[in-house]
Design a protein around this ligand. Structure first.
Ligand SMILES: CNc1ncnc2c1ncn2[C@@H]1O[C@H](COP(=O)(O)O)[C@@H](O)[C@H]1O
Length: 358
């Protein structure tokens, strides 16, 4: 007989939906270490620093300044070949499955390796091949891909190429596109045509939105909304009039509490997180990890944090997750599959509370 309290056992068993995870940011420290060790064993002159120096056990306090640097100096220096990329991708998928995620939209910026040995096309093919092999072994978690543009480096021409790559790979499970990267860089307006092309070809559009005050100017937010996104990520520094517009459109929200708190993207702690605002609006909300490799809080823990800091009970968490089903990019059959799984869970002992007769 389950109790009414939200505890770790409950949030782990909960059939969860993750919509915002970045592939390279989700690689566990153990997996990065294994990749580094393998390279070092094969070539003792391998120069890349041991990843545990930049990402020591237990460290979660990356600021936005330090955070983006770790990709360039460590993660991207390790996953430079298709073998390491496939190994890391599989490890990330296994981690989400083990945490009880039943539907995953994983996003990644398709990038060529620095020496050109892995093209952008080969990068995506490797990730998709790995997802396919994983799915052949595991039917419990559906996996789809979102291709992301990096506002810090993707040009308008490259953006169009990436959207074409996404369109080309729709039949293999690419369901959407995203705009991410260092929010203090770039001009989002240059992606207008690329995103229009993506939408015209049936891809879902999600955007990193008002992640920092630097990326929350009225001009930037108006431009982003004019791209007609289906979902928004973070939505933490949003002025009141734009909040109202987001609520009016009932856009899906991907909220990443641990990332925002640990990286000091918001003022204060969990209780101050904008989840406290958005949960009272009509927008579907998906609690997401963002970069679990950095912030070490799996989705099950994000559910626990929502319960602990905002007083959500089992039924409220369930209702929030059920509502978020409508905002997935995976299509109607996936929506139905998720609804069935969630209804079955609602009928389980986790929702049968002890009575005076027990
Ligand atoms: C604080 N949250 C965030 N805000 C914005 N962009 C982020 C991010 N977390 C990750 N990325 C973007 O995703 C890339 C890593 O995954 P992939 O190499 O694509 O798989 C990073 O380089 C960064 O550009």
């Amino acid at each position: 007989m389950g109790s009414s309290a939200v505890d770790h056992e409950f949030t782990k068993a909960f059939p969860k939906i993750e919509l915002h995870a970045h592939l390279s940011g989700s690689i566990s420290r153990q997996c990065l270490q294994e990749i580094w060790q393998r390279k070092k064993d094969r070539d003792p002159a391998f120069l890349v620093e041991d990843p545990s120096i930049m990402m020591p056990p237990g460290k979660v306090d990356y600021t936005l300044e330090t955070f983006f640097g770790v990709f360039g100096r460590s993660v991207y220096q390790l996953c430079t070949d298709t073998e390491s990329l496939a190994y890391a991708t599989n490890s990330v998928l296994e981690d989400f499955l083990r945490d009880g995620v039943r539907y995953l939209e994983l996003r990644t910026i398709p990038r060529a390796s620095p020496d050109g040995s892995v093209t952008r096309d080969a990068y995506i093919t490797t990730v998709l091949d790995t997802v396919e092999k994983f799915r052949a072994r595991n039917q419990d978690m559906s996996v789809f891909l979102i291709l992301a543009l990096d506002r810090g480096s993707t040009t308008g021409v490259e953006a169009m190429e990436i959207i074409d790559l996404a369109i080309h790979n729709k039949s293999r499970g690419v369901v959407g596109v995203d705009l991410c990267g260092n929010p203090t860089r770039g001009d989002v307006a240059i992606y207008r045509d690329a995103f229009a092309h993506a939408k015209a070809n049936g891809l879902g559009l999600t955007l990193h939105f008002a992640e920092t005050t630097a990326s929350a100017s009225p001009a930037e937010l108006a431009a982003l909304l004019s791209f007609r996104p289906d979902r928004l990520g973070h939505v933490i520094h949003v002025p009141e009039d734009i909040r109202q517009e987001i609520a009016r459109r009932k856009l899906g929200l991907e909220l990443c509490m641990s990332c925002n708190v640990h990286a000091q993207m918001i003022n204060g702690g969990f209780l101050d997180h904008q989840f406290g605002y958005w949960r009272h609006e009509d927008c579907p909300i998906a609690l997401c990890t963002d970069d679990v490799g950095f912030f070490c809080s799996p989705v099950s823990n994000e559910y626990l944090l929502a319960a602990e800091h905002f007083g959500l009970g089992r039924v409220e968490l369930w209702e929030m997750c059920f509502k978020s089903v409508e905002t997935i990019f995976g299509g109607e059959s996936e929506q139905q599959r998720l609804k069935n799984i969630l209804l079955e869970f609602k009928d389980s002992s986790y929702f049968k509370y002890p009575t005076a007769d027990d």
